[in-house]
Ligand binder design. Structure first.
Ligand code: UGA
Length: 432
């Protein structure tokens, strides 16, 4: 028989919201602590501060059942405290743990009275002692539970995890550990109980490995352009080897988001702090930056002489989210603006944040108005709705009918039949 618990989730970002909604869907009672008043007010009014497919309906359901209680600070009475605040990286690529410190200090009294604390925020490996210090002392009821959910699939990934990793200190209290396992390991997927540093390294390492795979795919993609080859065929052939697999090999002009670039940096910096070279992760970060530069150079090279206007369709770091953190499309926009071009962007969900990140970017309120008058259209995010635009009519509204697809989204043959000069990434480049 499943026991229903009262759980406090600290932080209502992607991980916190998915955790709160997921645990509430499983019947637990959740205190959702959010210190930002704008977010808290939205949550209290029944709406969400992020765009995540399926989450609004799931949150509404928890509200009807009165299972999630948004609040400004942690309240006593919970069985478990889950810390889900952000750990962004600063300008130098170091993890900024100030939100974690604030969250831990805010629950230190509750932790001291015996409530176990689980850190779900992504920490750079080796932060364990600092965490215990912020909690004022006792490591036996402090755990890590790294999160492997993807934005755009957050709820399903939370409810059907690939594995559950729990990090514990050597003096872990067996009853506290049993409670953490009971609440967080609720499917038959594999449970791994490991040390704290190992838990952090599993998280950092998994994301860094995914990033390596992408940097490698994107490097092959650029090489294919030079060799007049098609990267999709190359990747298909490579991926048929089961040791490699074909997942996570969709070429692009670089990866982004709040996780992959950050974990690559975190792993590189932790290694360097021990005097290690960290060749592989450092190279993957550099390659990623180069892929955005390469895409921007291709756009500049395509500009017709009579136009300075580029339309970027899609500004989010990937489709299915409104998140623009480390978005490759925005980095390309910045490079183009610095090169003196007029850049107009459109995104179905991410526009407001995009403008905050790149103030020089003009925003259009539809794909059609972004495209009108542009000399080149670049596909920046793989939103499926861009496929269904009336491309035949749109060609006539452009300064020149030129498209470059950074996501392999559009059908090149169809675009060329409509009269476009069409280029994509990782494929032979038409010379006309
Ligand atoms: C990533 C990991 O995939 C999750 O497992 C992890 O839990 C999460 O970070 C996290 O640490 O919280 P996410 O940041 O949501 O998830 O994004 P991904 O789906 O991994 O995509 C990252 C970037 O890679 C995007 O810019 C995406 O467009 C790009 N990508 C992904 C490709 O260019 N090609 C692919 O085949 C896959």
């Amino acid at each position: 028989m499943q026991q229903f618990r009262r759980v406090s989730v600290i932080g209502a970002g992607y991980v916190g919201l998915a955790t709160a909604v997921g645990l509430a869907a499983r019947g637990h009672d959740v205190d959702l602590v959010e210190t930002r008043t704008d977010r808290l007010e939205m949550l209290r009014a029944g709406s969400l501060p992020i765009h995540e497919p399926g989450m609004a309906a799931a949150y509404a359901d928890t509200q009807t059942k009165s299972r999630i209680h948004p609040m400004a600070s942690p309240a006593p009475g919970s069985d478990l405290l889950l810390v889900c605040v952000g750990t962004p990286i600063d300008e130098e690529g170091r993890s900024d743990l100030r939100q974690v410190e604030g969250a831990l200090r805010s629950v230190a009294d509750l932790a001291a009275s015996g409530t176990p604390v689980v850190i779900k925020s992504t920490l750079p490996a080796g932060s364990g002692e600092t965490i215990v210090m912020w909690l004022r002392g006792d490591s036996s009821r402090v755990f890590a539970n790294p999160e492997f959910l993807r934005q755009g699939h957050a709820i399903e990934d939370f409810l059907k995890p690939t594995r559950v990793v729990i990090g514990a200190f050597p003096d872990a209290d067996p009853d506290a550990l049993a409670l953490v396992e009971e609440v967080l390991h609720f499917t038959d997927c594999q449970l791994l109980v490991v040390g704290m540093a190992e838990a952090d390294l599993i998280k950092n390492g998994a994301n860094a490995f995914l990033a390596l795979k992408l940097s490698f795919t994107n490097e092959l993609s650029v090489l294919c352009e030079a060799l007049n080859a098609d990267v999709m065929k190359v990747v298909e052939g490579i991926g048929l080897d089961e040791r490699i697999g074909s997942q996570f090999m969709q070429p692009s002009f670089g990866f982004g988001g709040s996780c992959l670039p950050k974990d690559l940096c975190a792993l590189t910096n932790v290694g360097k702090s021990f005097g290690l070279a960290m060749h592989v992760t450092a190279a993957a970060s550099e390659a990623n930056a180069d892929h955005q530069q390469h895409f921007a150079d291709r756009i500049v090279g395509l500009m017709p002489p009579h136009s300075r206007r580029v339309a970027i369709l899609g500004l989010a770091f990937k489709a299915g989210t409104d998140d623009v953190r480390s978005s490759p499309a925005l980095r390309v926009a910045k490079i183009l603006i610095a090169r003196g071009l007029e850049v107009v962007g459109f995104d179905p969900h991410a526009a407001a944040d995009a403008n905050r990140e790149v103030p020089g970017l003009s925003l259009a309120n539809s794909a059609q108005s972004a495209i009108a008058g542009a000399g080149v259209v670049a596909i920046g995010t793989e939103w499926p709705e861009f496929r269904d635009l009336d491309w035949a009519s749109l060609a006539k509204t452009m300064a020149a009918p030129i498209i470059i697809d950074g996501r392999r989204l559009l059908d090149g043959e169809r675009m060329r039949a409509l009269g476009y000069h069409f280029e994509t990434i990782g494929a032979p480049i038409p010379r006309n």
